[in-house]
Structure formats: structure tokens, C-alpha cells
Design a protein around this ligand. Sequence first.
Ligand SMILES: *Cc1c(COP(=O)(O)O)cnc(C)c1O
Length: 231
Amino acid sequence: MSSDIADNLARVKARVADAAMRSGRSADAAQLLVVSKTWPAERLADVVAAGHLAFGENRVQEGEEKIPQLPGHLQWHLIGHLQRNKTRKALPLFQTIHSIDSLKLARYTSNVAGELGLIPQIYLQVDLAAEESKNGYDPDQIRSDLDDLLALENVSILGLMCIPPMAASPEDARPWFVKLRELRDELEHRAGQLLPGLSMGMSGDFEVAIEEGSTIVRVGSAIFGSRSSHF
Ligand SMILES: *Cc1c(COP(=O)(O)O)cnc(C)c1O
């Protein structure tokens, strides 16, 4: 069992590096975030044993249970929606938050981080498809909030994140990845500062995302297997 996970991890890492080099970037241009939601700490231990450090969880409560069971030097990223009332619990656990989707939440996160003496790294989660059911920041709203976002003192804005609409093939996701990159380029130009991070790409489409400039891919089932299979 554990060697399966180690094999999967090695295979995904090789694919991440190949996709980066294929698109003229360095082999380490895109970081791999191993998405461990729903899997117990013992399963993650196999990935840690293989030398991997960065994990993504989508629920604060699951992080509260799991993170203390694993070595303290790991890096934890919150990739799911952050509820305001969970912020104070989330910040000491997660160094990076991929799901900031309003100025109000960004400001609150910065204020709480200031009280706790922390400076979390954040991505702005963009709702590119304007889907009512999805969480995410409207691109026009980001444009108008940009100065206020960049003025927040206790968050470090790395860039943008997206979850494209469900697609039948990886190629169907490509236009969304292009849109996210173009929005990032535009915001950098407006702000006169770099927003280098693009959190995009999951098990089904991470190679396409890397070809379009992803700097961090969030991969779960390609490493652990299907989440539905262990229920
Ligand atoms: C679950 C999840 C992933 C990983 O999905 P896989 O298809 O299992 O790789 C990535 N990003 C977010 C936001 C998720 O919730």
C-alpha cells in the first residue's frame, strides 16, 4: 500500500517536471501540493516518508485533527472555502490560504493575522466562469479592490487561484488557465508589482495548467487514489 503511494508520488512529480520543461520552464517551476483531504494521517505519513512536505486540506476542522498528528516541519495549505468564524483557528495551522474571495475576508484575515503575529501567504480565488454556485472573487471586483488588497499589512498576496468548471477533457480546462494567467498579468501591470503565483491544475489537468503557467498544482486522487473508494 505505502509503496503504491510512493510510486504515484514519484510519477506525478516526474510529470510535473516534464510539463514544466516542455513549456520552456525550469523543472521546478511548478510546485506540487499534495491534496490530502479525507485521507487519515497514517496515509500522509507515506508521502512524508518519501520526502514530501507540502499538503493541502479543504476543511479547517479536518486540519485541526490531522496536522498535530504529523511532523511539525510540514507546510499546510488551506484550499477550501474559509469561513470567517474559522479564521482564528485556521491561521496558526495553515501557512498558505488559496481561497480568499473578497476584500472583506482578506481584511479580516489580515487583522486576525496581525493579532496572532502571523503573515499568511494568500491566493485570491477567482470565479472566472461567474458560476453562482461557486465561491470566488469576481474579476471586476478584484480590479476595483486591488489597491486596498495590496495595502493589507498582515497578508502576503502571492497571486491567483482557480477551480475551472468540470470538464470532460484536460484540454477543456486550458482556456480557463489562460484566462487566469491573463488576469494575473493585467493585475501585475495595474499594481506595478509582481503577483507571481498561479494556483491552478488538479489530478485531471495539471499538465495543461503547468503549460499555461501554473506555479503550484493541487493534486489529490492521482496520488492517493479515488476519494470515493475508501468510504
Ligand atoms: C480536492 C481538491 C483538489 C484535488 O483534486 P484531485 O482531483 O483529487 O486532484 C484540488 N483543489 C481543490 C480546491 C480541491 O478541493
